[in-house]
Design a protein around this ligand. Structure first.
Ligand code: SAH
Length: 223
């Protein structure tokens, strides 16, 4: 993937993995089946997005980060990035705060719903980059994420290879919310035959104030 693994990064990954498996045995945070799968399907998949855009020194928000993917591996590998991890489940956010402390990461974990945070000027149009994996269908996800991105920034959605229909369906939502679809970025997760697609949406205009709507409306009447 063209990335170098410094000793400290590897040590942090090990510690994070151990914390994940320990918490998982109690709270079932995320599906991880062994070290190799964890390394490939969570860690390598997460850092794969670093090849799609320059994260150096950028403010990054990971929407629906869950147990910390892709946000924690991004924070480990791109230490100059200022990472905010957002999730609506409090126990996950508590876990992430412990991870950041144990790993000495400056990443910040915030408990909240993306669509509610985006109506607060402390968060709205405040990030250079929004990333998200496995949270919602792209038309819905774009309304959750793009309002958080500054004009000139980018929203990066991690999707699977068979996402053509989803992408076509989300184009209108992207435009309505002030975005423009950029060419897709694809990579293969090393050691697997899984091809990952990153849908890149550039923020070209401010998001109209009425967006994002309440989650019920977003779901019922997706853009
Ligand atoms: N990104 C992680 C977790 C995916 S599971 C991964 O790929 O492993 C989806 C997560 O999104 C859950 O933890 C859920 O709590 C969170 N979530 C769902 N809707 C959300 C919203 N509107 N705002 C913030 N978090 C949300």
């Amino acid at each position: 993937m063209g990335l170098t693994a410094e000793d400290t990064a590897l040590r942090r990954c090990r510690l994070y993995y151990d914390m994940l498996t320990d918490y998982n045995s109690r709270f079932n945070l995320t599906a991880i089946k062994g070290e190799e799968d964890g390394a490939r399907l969570h860690f390598l998949d997460s850092v794969g997005i670093l090849g799609a855009y320059n994260f150096s020194g950028k403010t990054v928000v990971d929407v629906g980060t869950g147990a910390g993917f892709p946000g924690i591996p991004v924070a480990i590998w791109e230490q100059s990035a200022k990472v905010t991890l957002v999730d609506s489940t409090e126990k996950k956010v508590d876990f992430l705060r412990e991870v950041c402390k144990a790993l000495s990461l400056s990443a910040k974990a915030v408990h909240g719903r993306a669509e509610e945070l985006a109506q607060d000027w402390d968060f709205r149009e405040s990030y250079d980059i929004a990333v998200s994996r496995a949270v919602a269908r792209l038309n819905v996800l774009t309304e959750l994420c793009l309002p958080l991105v500054k004009v000139g920034g980018v929203f990066m959605a991690m999707k699977s290879a068979d996402s053509d229909e989803e992408i076509a369906e989300a184009e209108k939502a992207a435009v309505t919310l002030g975005g423009k679809l950029l060419p897709l970025y694809t990579y293969t997760i090393p050691g697997t035959d899984i091809t990952r697609r990153v849908v890149m949406v550039e923020k070209v205009r401010n998001t109209p104030e009425k967006y994002p709507r309440h989650y019920g409306v977003i779901k019922k009447k997706p853009l």
